[in-house]
Design a protein around this ligand. Structure first.
Ligand SMILES: Nc1ncnc2c1ncn2[C@@H]1O[C@H](COP(=O)(O)OP(=O)(O)OP(=O)(O)O)[C@@H](O)[C@H]1O
Ligand SMILES: [Mg+2]
Length: 161
């Protein structure tokens, strides 16, 4: 597969469609993958991650981990939801044992991932969420993939157009 074939962009019309996109990742992302979610406050990162949890088969509410930093869920697949917004320095990561969290099985989503981008060597996806101020419910999501195991998800994305 060529490098250019591993970058995708989607216009997502509303929050339900964002959850559906996340759910596809929850079902089809490779085991042990880490999904880095970048974008401004309110861009839709948690909404997407809630969909990932649904796709992993999590039953029950999926909260924002802004205050907890790391929330873990059992399901058909293990789902881990991390939010590093409140961290300021890389040394804070050691108290979280973040490398163990990032090397877990199932699917891990990380909001505000700047501090950990250099630590991720699993199959990884980076998603950038863009807001158009003229269309408050519309988001553009730019996706890039690295590592093995993404073909099922990429096939699903290709089938959506
Ligand atoms: N297309 C869309 N995709 C995602 N969310 C949308 C969309 N349209 C409207 N919204 C709304 O925008 C808000 C997104 O909030 P969300 O908590 O998911 O953002 P966030 O990126 O996690 O923010 P934060 O950086 O504060 O954690 C929600 O209220 C959601 O309903
Ligand atoms: Mg959030």
């Amino acid at each position: 597969m060529s490098a250019s074939a591993r970058n995708y962009s989607r216009i997502v019309a509303d929050s339900g469609s964002m959850r559906d996109l996340g759910a596809a990742f929850g079902r089809l992302a490779p085991d042990g993958s880490v999904i880095l979610l970048e974008g401004a406050l309110g861009a839709g990162k948690t909404t997407f991650a809630q969909g990932v949890g649904l796709g992993c088969g999590v039953v029950g509410p999926i909260a924002s981990p802004t205050f907890n930093l790391i929330l873990e869920y059992g399901g058909r697949r293990h789902f881990t939801h991390v939010d590093l917004y409140r961290l300021t320095t890389a040394s804070d990561l050691d108290t979280l044992d973040i490398d163990t969290v990032l090397s877990g099985d199932g699917v891990t989503c990380v909001e505000w991932p700047t501090l950990i981008t250099g630590r991720v060597d699993s199959p990884a996806a980076t998603l950038k969420f863009e807001v158009d101020p003229r269309k408050p419910d519309v988001r553009e999501v730019d996706m890039s993939f690295r590592g093995e195991g993404w073909s099922a998800l990429i096939d699903w994305l290709a089938g959506q157009t």
